[in-house]
Design a protein around this ligand. Structure first.
Ligand code: SF4
Ligand code: SF4
Length: 406
């Protein structure tokens, strides 16, 4: 019996829509990351506030003591919730339809296919055990973060390195993360989604949950012509043509296989009860579901689109630790802090700061890291001075900054 061919236009449109969403997310977070690095007070939230894995890292601290791991914001918990909700309905859609790091790898994969004319795959004896690496990474990171209540992964995180590409810190603080980013992107030239397949702890988490998902890719054995176009299209090298339902935790719900299938209604995204969604409808539903959770987080005041000011951070710290408001926690002073924020949070006049550090008032709204070399001081000097000033404001004026980093 001749099979009815699937029209090409809708299949092409599905791919364009998915790439449009991925491009929009990549551009948005890249711009936010850049602004976070270069804008002063009131700057957009940084990578630590906009990563769902941060939500997982802080979960234990949140439930056990009601606090967040330092640098993580409540918005990361909201994003974690959004990815989990989406995964329960549409498998690892976060990976295939939203994640900007995943999309970067996909772009490199596309370049690789143009250059080499094909997609490569590691031999099975190496590929299969290597796929378990990401579960080891997940277990180690969760154990270390939950027991130390600190962001142990930060220096090694390729996405954090990407978000610091415009900062001088990218080489000093995130050199290993940068190397992993480079390996992941270069690796993706040959082996699509290299980091997703072998190392990503977020992908490992969502893969475990995706077994419960409502919608999966299903193949009709009755109409399949065994052309293997779906296998060739799959970026994570699944053998779609040999399965009735794609249950693998490796499936990132990109629906490239569905778009590649030439036979009408042979590969579908459908539920066990037979509800079928087109790939475009899946992308729309994923964006809507994810956006709804983020919108609820925003309207309930749990989504941090902006970095809290130093004064707000100090007040929050004092409230959670029970310390009196005047006991300003000097460890909040970082290279990214501005001297204007120090004035706002501690009440030390701008003129006093100019007198001690030599930084004129019109330079005090810049991050300390951007003026420290010009004026010969360091974040550590600022911390020491605040403590001296708190004890004796007059004697503190004799303080001489050393410029030494701790
Ligand atoms: S099986 Fe299909 S939906 Fe899943 S990753 Fe492969 S191509 Fe994408
Ligand atoms: S693309 Fe896959 S599911 Fe579709 S006809 Fe070819 S082998 Fe069968």
């Amino acid at each position: 019996m001749a099979q009815e061919l699937a029209p090409k236009a809708p299949r092409k449109r599905a791919r364009i829509v998915r790439w449009a969403v991925l491009s929009a997310v990549l551009v948005t977070v890249t711009v936010l990351g850049y602004l976070h690095q270069v804008v002063g007070i009131g700057k957009p939230a940084g990578v630590d506030a906009l990563c769902p894995f941060g939500g997982l890292e802080t979960l234990y601290a949140l439930f056990s003591s009601g606090t967040l791991v330092k640098q993580i914001a409540m918005s990361s918990v909201v994003l974690l919730l959004a990815t989990l909700v989406v995964a329960l309905v549409f498998r690892r859609s976060f990976c295939g339809q939203i994640c900007p790091l995943g999309f970067l790898q996909e772009l490199f994969g596309g370049i690789g296919r143009r250059v080499f004319g094909r997609r490569f795959a590691l031999p099975g004896w190496l590929d299969r055990p290597a796929r378990y690496l990401k579960y080891v990474v997940l277990a180690v990171l969760i154990y270390l973060t939950w027991t130390t209540v600190s962001l142990v992964v930060r220096p090694y995180d390729p996405w954090v390195a990407y978000q610091h590409l415009t900062s001088a810190e990218v080489f000093t603080d995130f050199g290993i993360g940068l190397a992993i980013l480079g390996i992941s992107l270069v690796g993706s030239l040959l082996y699509d989604r290299f980091f997703c397949k072998y190392l990503c702890p977020m992908g490992a988490t969502l893969g475990l949950i995706s077994r419960l998902s409502v919608f999966k890719v299903r193949r009709s054995e009755a109409t399949c012509i065994d052309c293997k176009a779906c296998d060739t299209a799959c970026p994570v090298n699944l053998r779609v043509s040999e399965t009735a339902v794609v249950n693998s935790p490796e499936c990132i719900n990109c629906n490239e296989c569905v778009a590649a299938c030439p036979v009408k209604d042979t590969l579908t995204v459908s539920s066990r009860s037979g509800n079928v969604l087109s790939p475009i409808a899946v992308t729309g539903a994923v964006v809507a579901l994810f956006g709804l959770v983020v919108a609820i987080g925003t309207f309930t005041g749990n989504f941090d689109w902006q970095v809290p000011s130093l004064a707000t951070e100090a007040a929050q710290n004092a409230a959670t630790s029970g310390a009196p408001a005047e006991a300003f926690d000097v460890t909040l002073i970082k290279g990214r802090t501005t001297l204007t924020e120090v004035t706002d949070a501690t009440g030390i006049p701008a003129q006093t700061i100019e007198q001690v550090f030599g930084v004129p008032a019109n330079e005090q709204s810049k991050a300390i890291k951007d003026t420290k070399d010009v004026y010969g001081y360091s974040p550590g000097d600022v911390r020491t001075f605040i403590e001296l000033y708190r004890d004796d404001p007059v004697a503190a004026l004799a303080f001489i900054p050393t410029g030494a980093e701790e």
